[in-house]
Design a protein around this ligand. Structure first.
Ligand SMILES: [Zn+2]
Length: 65
């Protein structure tokens, strides 16, 4: 039951969703948590939410709801 994830021109093959999540999920630049689901991208950096973005000095970030 393997499946492919196409991202940024590359094809990644996984045999379970949790493997894919751990390989593909971006890491919050502030608290280092894996961002699964809604995150925010600011100037090429990923954060788990507006709180962490602001903690790193990124102004004007509003959480997606
Ligand atoms: Zn965070």
């Amino acid at each position: 039951m393997s499946f492919e994830v196409h991202a940024q021109g590359a094809v990644h093959v996984f045999d379970c969703f949790s493997c894919a999540i751990h390989r593909m999920a971006p890491i919050c630049e502030h608290c280092r948590v894996q961002i699964i689901g809604q995150g925010v991208e600011v100037e090429g950096q990923w954060f788990c939410g507006g709180h962490c973005a602001r903690a790193e000095g990124k102004a004007g970030i509003i959480d997606h709801v």
